[in-house]
Design a protein. Structure first.
Length: 138
């Protein structure tokens, strides 16, 4: 089981997310609501998808011995106009720098598996996950 705790900082709507691994990230909103002192939750979601698929892309490209020297994973999404502003489409662009000749078919296969087979963030988004909540007093 994975776990993260989002703790309100006491300032407007800023939260500090603490992962079980010990790492943390600041989350906030623009000035109307927050102080713009961290990533927005939706940006974190896109970043999680990009880094998850990117990690798998690196591992698979190395496994397939493809000579890449750089990889940027650009993730963008369209959101509904009305609340809750859910994403209606998310697009991933793997921008790869090469250090020699590569096999296009192996690269496409690696990227397809990185997204559609090995990324738990993509599986969560594309297959749907039931979210439950409860309340407890501190």
């Amino acid at each position: 089981m994975q776990k993260a705790v989002a703790r309100w900082s006491g300032r407007k709507v800023k939260f500090v997310v603490q992962a079980a691994s010990g790492h943390q990230a600041d989350v906030d909103e623009p000035p109307e609501f927050g102080e713009d002192d961290g990533m927005r939750p939706t940006e974190m979601l896109l970043g999680a998808l990009g880094s998850c698929t990117g990690i798998n892309a690196v591992l698979l490209l190395k496994k397939f011995r493809q000579p890449f020297k750089s990889l940027d994973v650009e993730v963008e999404g369209d959101q509904e106009q009305e609340w809750p502003h859910a994403f209606t489409e998310i697009r991933i662009n793997f921008k790869i720098g090469w250090d020699g000749k590569h096999n296009k078919e192996l690269v496409e296969n690696a990227l397809d598996m990185a997204v559609n087979k090995y990324c738990p963030v993509d599986a969560t988004l594309s297959k749907g996950t039931k979210v439950k909540f409860k309340r407890s007093d501190a």
